[in-house]
Every structure is written in structure tokens, then in C-alpha cells.
Design a protein around this ligand. Sequence first.
Ligand code: FO1
Length: 312
Amino acid sequence: MYLALTGGVGGAKLALGLAHVLSPDELVFMANTGDDFSHFGLHICPDLDTLMYTLCGEANPDSGWGRQSETWQFMGALRAFGGEDWFKLGDRDLATHLVRTQRLNEGATLTEVTRDLCRHLGIEHEVYPMSDDPVPTIVETADGELPFQHYFVRDRCAPSVTGFRFDGIETARPSEPIMQLVSEGRIDGVVICPSNPFVSVDPMLHLPGMRGALEASGAPVVAVSPIVGGRAIKGPTAKMMRELRLPTTAVEVARHYGGLLDGFVLDACDQHLVAEIEAMGCRAIATQSVMVTLEDRIGLARDTLKFLETFK
Ligand code: FO1
């Protein structure tokens, strides 16, 4: 059984590739919930929704988030009332937020709601939120703190970041089903998808007991670099690294994950960095990691799993 940690659009691309290669009893997903926020009283879980929509082929192919063939009647009517329109909610996407919010208000856990949404979407792979407790990511900037979606969407990642805070992380309980799989030794390998290490992966790794459980499980952990040729394929990862005074290289991402990693997957264009990463005690391979087509997603998934096998 493999465990894939994912957040955001980039991570979901590899998640889809993995889901094409591994069956539902060979692969489970844990998704970041640090991006979650309440908007118009709706509990919105962008990384869970991006992963679910991607796995069932419903994701908007251009943006990667929200649903395809979407309509925007709600947003038009909202705007006409002068409502906040910086966070685009499509008419079909809205149903997800309404159903999730209603179920949560009735006392269901986010894990239960996610399971039911996946069933309705025809997704057979199990998708788990990293925790059922809220752990909202706060972006610390030169001009003060911002809730994640205000930074990422409303302010278009413009503010210069100085750090991140995961509110409530100290008392948040990591996903029980995931911790059970890991502690029972049923996880044969862990894939950290090419997501933003600071705001998509760190919230999961900083959950109390998560990193320790992964390390104690003995399962090899391989991360796929979200930085290719010194640039992020999508999103603010490289910009954040610059603002944090870190080199915007794949090596820095491997260093960021530290001793947790057994292996690191670089893009072919960063082949020259393999030796530097291996000098850190982490094995590395370079392969095509930029995913444009479904075949690219499946190819990277195969290469990553083959690499994981070499640690057995
Ligand atoms: N990202 C944007 O850049 N603009 C949006 O208006 C937007 C709306 C949105 C609605 C639902 C959803 O699940 C995701 C949405 N996202 C939007 C993406 C989201 O902010 C990011 O995908 C994650 O939070 C970070 O990966």
C-alpha cells in the first residue's frame, strides 16, 4: 500500500498518474487542509476538492481547480449584490461546498464527508484530509498576517512572505486512518507529490506525530521536486523561497524535507544536481517531471514508484 501526500494543483497531477498505476487497495491519498477557509459561511477545502475533481476527471483543465464546464450564474448574482467576488465559486462547485458545510454542521467529520463526496464522484481511491481538526495556514508577510486564501487568491501572492503559521497544529490530531495504516506497517512507500513544500506539504508533516510515524514505519519516503530548473511549474513556491532568502533550487527543497527523505525525484534538466543531493545522504534520480499530458502524469508516477522499489 502506498501513501501519497498532496496539496494544490501540481500535487494533484501526480496523484492522478499514481491513481492510474495503482489500484484503490494499493494507494491512499492524504490531502492538505491548511488552505481551508470559511467563506460566506461555507467550509471550503480547496486541496481536497482539487484532488477529488482531478481524480474523477472533473477538474477544470485550465486552472486545475474548480470544475470543468462550469457556469458562473451565482458569481454574477453575487456581484450584482456587491458581494465579495475575489474567490470564484462556480455553480457546480458550489454544490460541493454546500453539501460539505451542511454535513459538517450536522456533526459529520471531514473524513466522513470526503468519503461520501468521493463515492458520489465515483472515486474509488481513498482520500483522507490530513486532519479532521482545523489547521488554517496563516501567511506571515512584511505587512502582517494573512489567512491563506487572502494571500493566495485575493492578493495574488503579491505580499512578501516572512514565514508561515499553522493555527492549531499543536493540538490537531493527524488523520486516524492514515496513522493506523502507517503504524501497522501497511505502508510500503510514501510519495510526497510536487506540491508547495511550505504551504501544501509542511502542514501535513508538522501534524503532531506525523513525521515521527513516517520515519518509524521504515517505509521509504520519496519526494518529487516542485522546482524545475530553478522555477516553480505553477504557484508561488520559488517566489516564497526568494523571499525566505533560500536558493530557488530543487536541492533546497530536498534540504527542506531534511532527514525524512530517502529519495528525491528531480526533473531531467536538473540532472546535474543529483550528486549534490546524494551528498546530503538522499538518493536522487532525474526524469521527465513536467506533466502536460496524462501520459506524462503516468510516466512520472511509474518512475517514482520504480525508484521507491529500489529502497526495498
Ligand atoms: N484560485 C484562484 O487563484 N482564484 C480563485 O478564484 C480560486 C477559487 C477556488 C474555488 C474553489 C477551490 O477549490 C479552489 C479555488 N482556487 C482559486 C484555488 C485555490 O485557492 C488553490 O488551489 C489552493 O488553495 C492552493 O493550491
